[in-house]
Design a protein around this ligand. Structure first.
Ligand SMILES: *[C@@H]1O[C@H](CO)[C@@H](O)[C@H](O)[C@H]1NC(C)=O
Ligand SMILES: *[C@@H]1O[C@H](CO)[C@@H](O)[C@H](O)[C@H]1NC(C)=O
Length: 294
């Protein structure tokens, strides 16, 4: 018997993209810089897209997390089913170092790529998996397995943003920050420029009001874990040396900005329901019952 049981799937995809900055500006830049030269056979920039769900068994805070049952279905399966609904992904693979996770995923129909235990994090695991795929891809979406309610529209949103912004190598999503999360260092804040490119990410509250308090009028942004990369950039990303701000904030994505690369950010309407510790499972189940998700 496989590790996981299955039940019928349902999806409630209610995320509205409230702003997708700069798609038009990005397209204009593509034309201006002759990005046509890079267009694939489909005639679309960065057209071949693979979604990778990195999943490891060992975890300091939550052993075996990808296999935890959420309303009767393993968390990894829920993430995968959401990703399947995205229209921009040509292929979805689970990248894991663990046979139990692999067996479970094959059981519900996912394609699995085995990666080594030495991958230090999800980005490295995505990169290793990308190298093992026999086909070439232009864009890699790193779909974290700990957000089982990720809306497919968010996946599509970051892919389209990267396709429309040839000067960016990376794209990611933010949503409105709740005032009670303002001073929680586990909630990463982000500020963007007026074309939707990331200026900075911080565990502290940014921007910082001189009153020292949360300004109820300011639209603070919370970073969501999902990200997509240009495949060529993903190959060099792990090799870039750690940078001072990255080390100080313990935020991997700062390395991208500190090296002068551009990162496109889309704003979405999303309630973050990350599962980081065992206690989060009950919270997410309660919420799903309330919203009639099964
Ligand atoms: C700071 O926050 C207050 C509200 O708490 C707001 O009225 C003010 O405009 C903000 N900015 C500055 C520079 O004080
Ligand atoms: C995670 O991966 C990135 C990119 O591959 C790398 O730069 C970073 O140092 C890694 N972080 C840790 C904590 O190993």
């Amino acid at each position: 018997m496989s590790m996981c049981s299955s039940s019928s799937s349902s999806s409630s995809s209610s995320a509205k993209l409230w702003i997708v900055h700069g798609i038009v500006a990005g397209a204009a830049i593509a034309a201006a810089f002759g990005a046509r030269a890079y267009l694939g056979r489909s005639g679309k920039f960065r057209s071949r897209v693979v979604g990778i769900i990195p999943a490891r068994f060992a975890s300091s805070r939550f052993e075996g997390k990808p296999l935890v049952q959420i309303l009767g279905k393993p968390m990894i399966q829920r993430t995968w089913e959401r990703a399947k609904l995205a229209t921009t992904l040509d292929r979805i693979v689970v990248a894991t170092d663990d046979e139990k996770i692999a067996e479970c995923c094959r059981g519900f129909g996912a394609e699995v790529i085995m990666t080594s235990e030495s991958c230090r994090n999800g980005t490295e695991r995505c990169n290793e998996a990308l190298g093992k795929l026999e086909k070439k891809y232009d864009v890699v979406v790193n779909i974290q397995g700990d957000e089982p309610l990720i809306e497919p529209e968010i996946i599509d949103g970051i892919v389209k943003a990267l396709q429309a912004s040839p000067d960016a190598v990376f794209s990611t999503a933010v949503t409105s920050l709740k005032p009670e999360d303002a001073f929680d260092p586990n909630r990463v804040k982000c500020v963007v420029d007026n074309r939707g490119y990331a200026i900075y990410f911080s565990r502290g509250l940014i921007p910082y009001n001189k009153s020292g308090k949360v300004n109820p009028q300011f639209p603070y942004l919370l970073h969501l874990g999902i990200q997509s990369y240009d495949a060529k950039f993903l190959k060099i990303y792990p090799e870039l040396k750690p940078t001072p701000l990255q080390l100080e904030e313990d935020l991997e994505q700062l390395k991208v900005l500190e090296n002068g690369y551009k990162m496109k950010v889309i704003k979405v309407d999303h309630e973050a329901h990350g599962v980081d510790i065992p206690e989060d499972v009950e919270k997410i189940e309660t919420l799903m019952r309330e919203q009639n998700l099964s």
